[in-house]
Write a protein that binds this ligand. Sequence first.
Ligand code: PA5
Length: 450
Amino acid sequence: MAKLSVDISNIFDFVSSKQVFAYKEELMRNQELLESKTGKGSDFLGWLNLPSSITDGELETINQVATDLRSKSDIVVVVGIGGSYLGAKAAIEALGNSFATILPNKENPIVLFAGQNICEDYHKELLELLDNKSYSIVVISKSGTTTEPAIAFRLLKQHLENKVGKVEAAQRIIAITDKSKGALRKLADQEGYRTFVISDDIGGRYSVLTPVGLLPIAIAGFNIQALINGAKEAEKNTGIDVRFDENPACIYAAARNALYRKGKNVEIMVNYTPKLHFLTEWWKQLYGESEGKENKGIFPAGVDFTSDLHSMGQYIQEGERILFETVLSIESPLKTLIIPNDPANLDQLNFLSGKRYSEVNRMAEQGTILAHIDGGVPSIKINIPELTPYWMGYTMYFFERACALSGYTLNVNPFDQPGVEEYKKNMFALLGKSGFEEKGKELRRRLGEF
Ligand code: PA5
């Protein structure tokens, strides 16, 4: 059976295997903290056994709602930000056709996103597009009070109601939120929307395997049962009973912490397929929000190779030596494309004739890893068999578990995000929200308005 594996053989010019294995006891203790729910932030561990506890009935309900929206929509707009956006976006981009939005004879509705930014042009253009489309909305906010999705939903709700009427709009809006708290819950109850609940013990960035991720992924036409099966296998293979040296989550957590201790403060997630761009974005949020606190934490960055070898490649090869990379290596592409022979051979590339595109990509990957090691950049490799729902579920759970273990190694609470509040307070103060008057005056002074 194929499996996800973590290859750390290319970091040993920079840290010894002894230094990596020195984390063994600590990580096994962290496993216990997770399992016994006695570590920091232990009231946010609902994600830990989610794959093995989600029932067929729950998946069936999600699939039924997805089928209903699919039957009545050319487009489904998913409204959310952060953890209420990135997981679904990552999975849909990884699993879908690269040109899904412009394919003729589309089988699946197009899933678009809103409320993940506050850009006026973006949202205006979205509404203009929706003027002539049949669409539905999935609005996701755990707190139910986040400004970005709340504004976008206000716009979209009015647009949909004007287009199809209030009664039909209520049939086309699904809310995913807290079971009892927040403005979105109140609104959903008042308007009679169908809802899914985000459980209290699951934070946004760990919520991709709840309806937050699963409903949009099912709407986009992907098999969520397979995704959960992969996550379930990952739950088993990263669990407390698995030996440290056979546990990919432990090995990854140990390797990155050993590198961090050596001054490698930036981890660059590398992919060799644009389909994984948003998996990196999801990973950046997961690791950045979980570890970046108390003036600690590896800075998570991302590049898309080979595109970014022609931009960021120079810095990675020869810039400040504070970097290590983690390469997402997909073992088998799902499609086949052979490079043709050209009798004229003006580009001198006939030595590639008959080879698969993926072989060129593989050699680019292997050559780059070696060049980076020579340039002082250690390289971790995560081998993922293929980009299917099963392996997406597996990979996402693996990263969640490794993140929690790694966060405990840094002795931080990997499940809170106190720093995120600061920009919100300033934004509210500058926008004149009641209760923020004094802060507003102070900020405007600093901005030079007084
Ligand atoms: O990980 C987190 O908790 C955050 O990124 C949230 O997901 C994000 O802020 C959105 O929050 P909410 O779902 O409450 O609107």
